[in-house]
Design a protein around this ligand. Structure first.
Ligand code: ZN
Length: 290
């Protein structure tokens, strides 16, 4: 199943068409994407199984929001790909760096990324994210995939000056508004052969800047769930970004950062593609030139 947030409505994406779940179910399933992700997921799965779809809209005609618009928590994992740890000049530690992107940073898969005023050191990080289903504490790695709703594409957009100026507390520099594009869809496990064998790429203005496999992750998703749930109670709809491969801008010589007008395209094989255009914060209120 591919679940989307179609203009604020819970919907299924099937063969390029978007179907409103409330309409499909005759009002049985609520319209709110967040309610479906938390409390009505199984009903959506059952409806999807029937395959009885009618009246879909072409996905190009719909504004897609983040498929989980208001999660309780958005976790992110630092240094979870070996080559990225090397380019960042950091050792792989026994426990990975875990930080948060505050949920207010979420935006849709084709929405603009707003580059804040300041140092001009905003960077890209393509990431595979998972969405928590049944949460709880002390989930064992061997059971962990049963606690996952599905997978989606995310960008861990990062303002490096703010990230590093705050010492080892990354969350501020990772949480400017629009710094967490996510989508287009939550893709359930049965649609993927293996979430740890997917090509993950990032292109900036059509130049391939990141290109690895999720097989290169240091701590895999089951063990991330075991780690997180050993500390806190995971909630339905929680999102976790699982780390970025090598090829980010600050690891280059000289470093490369995002500029207004840049187009960031993030693809994970079998999961989807996002396309986000960067815009300067200073230009936000400028009259639309057309
Ligand atoms: Zn990241």
């Amino acid at each position: 199943m591919r679940f989307v947030n179609a203009g604020g409505r819970a919907a299924l994406l099937v063969d390029g068409l978007v179907y409103d779940l409330a309409e499909l179910s005759g009002g049985d399933i609520p319209g709110s994407p967040m309610e479906v992700v938390t409390d009505h997921w199984d009903r959506a799965l059952v409806l999807h199984e029937t395959g009885a779809f009618g009246g879909g809209a072409p996905v190009e005609d719909v504004h897609l929001g983040p498929p989980v618009p208001a999660p309780h928590s958005v976790f992110a994992i630092g240094m979870n790909y070996r080559k990225h740890a090397v380019e960042a000049g950091l050792d792989v530690r026994p426990i990975p760096a875990v930080f948060t992107k505050f949920p207010s940073s979420l935006t849709g898969p084709y929405d603009r990324v707003v580059l804040p005023q300041g140092e001009g050191t905003t960077d890209w990080e393509a990431e595979l994210a998972f969405v928590v289903g049944d949460g709880g504490r002390n989930i064992r790695a061997r059971d962990a995939l049963d606690h996952v709703r599905g997978f989606t594409v995310a960008q861990d957009i990062s303002e490096r000056f703010v990230q590093m100026a705050a010492s080892n507390q990354f969350s501020l520099g990772k949480s400017f508004d629009t710094f967490c594009p996510m989508g287009p869809a939550i893709v359930t496990l049965d649609e993927l052969e293996n979430p740890h064998d997917l090509r993950i790429t990032c292109r900036v203005n059509d130049v391939l800047v990141q290109d690895e496999s999720t097989a290169d992750m240091i701590v895999d998703i089951p063990h991330l769930i075991e780690l997180l749930s050993s500390v806190m109670t995971l909630s339905q709809g929680d999102v976790c970004l699982t780390g970025t491969p090598s090829g980010v801008g600050f690891g280059r010589t000289p470093p490369v950062y995002l500029n207004p007008g840049d187009v960031v395209e993030t693809t994970i094989e079998g999961v989807g593609t996002m396309r986000n255009v960067c815009v300067a914060e200073a230009d936000l209120d400028a009259p639309d030139s057309g």
